[in-house]
Design a protein around this ligand. Structure first.
Ligand SMILES: [Zn+2]
Length: 277
């Protein structure tokens, strides 16, 4: 019995490892990716469909045009090697006062109207969307879930090691925990390392799109000031604002020439003209 259960556990992990495994992130970090991109895209798409069904979608045309304008400029700059074409991205603006935004594998972007009150102009909104899209490009959801799977495999193995003292239901529960982790991992907070990488990639993307990289610093300063008793929703999934602001500020010098070059080449987004007043 015990050997049988271990065999199944081995099969679960073995199949995953055969699909993916150790990879290197866009900024050169070694990372464990156990899910295939297709699995992640399917999960991202499914979660997004659920959110569209459960949340209120903003109908105001002007608001939608404004956010779409910023998102379009950002996704145009996503290098093709990531497997996304500009038209693959779907944006939905949710009518909700929460200061929040996210992106999911499969090319899904969600922006809450509450975010538009904190992100004061197109540059700041671009810094948020660039950051969220970068989490997807760097496969941070996959990495986070893979980490959980390994942790839970360890827990399951520990439970099974006591198998002669536990009943078969406990053994089944341990095996099932592997699958559950995969379902609940998709909307949990990112690690500091992932935040830092998304900041770097995102600030680069916004600069390349012709948005001012200095505004990323301003946005997170504003966000940090709004902490306290009712911190913005985004902060619950995006911790450590002070280290983030410091890093973004340090990277401004690196991205200003990218921004200036984009302007010279005619990438001068003018989304603010669409912004609802
Ligand atoms: Zn983030």
């Amino acid at each position: 019995m015990l050997a049988g259960v271990f065999g199944r556990l081995g099969a679960v992990l073995g199949v995953s490892l055969a699909v993916a495994g150790c990879a290197v992130s866009p900024t050169g970090e070694r990372t464990l990716l156990l899910n295939s991109p297709a699995q992640m895209n399917a999960m991202g798409t499914q979660s997004f469909e659920q959110m569209k069904a459960q949340l209120t979608i903003e109908q105001d045309a002007q608001t939608n045009r404004y956010v779409q304008c910023v998102a379009d400029a950002i996704v145009m700059q996503v290098p093709r090697e990531y497997g996304y074409a500009p038209q693959d991205w779907e944006l939905v603006v949710f009518k909700d006062d929460a200061v929040n935004a996210f992106a999911l594998p499969g090319g899904k972007i969600g922006v809450y109207t509450g975010m538009l009150k904190v992100a004061g102009n197109q540059h700041q909104l671009a810094s948020v969307i660039g950051h969220e899209v970068s989490h997807v490009l760097a496969q941070h959801g996959n990495a986070r879930m893979s980490q959980q799977m390994v942790t839970q495999l360890g827990m399951a193995a520990a439970t099974l090691a006591l198998a002669d003292r536990v009943d078969s239901n406990t053994q089944k529960a341990a095996v099932m925990a592997l699958g559950l982790g995969a379902q609940y991992g998709i909307l949990l907070p990112y690690s500091r390392k992932h935040e830092s990488e998304a900041d770097t990639l995102g600030q680069g993307l916004m600069a390349q799109a012709g948005f001012d990289p200095r505004e990323a610093v301003t946005l997170w300063q504003t966000m940090a000031q709004k902490g306290g008793a009712t911190p913005p929703e985004l902060l619950s999934t995006h911790p450590a604002p002070s280290t983030r602001i410091h890093q973004l500020d340090a990277q401004v010098q690196r991205y200003m020439p990218v921004y200036q070059q984009a302007r010279v080449e005619g990438r001068r987004p003018d989304c603010d003209r669409l912004k609802p007043r």
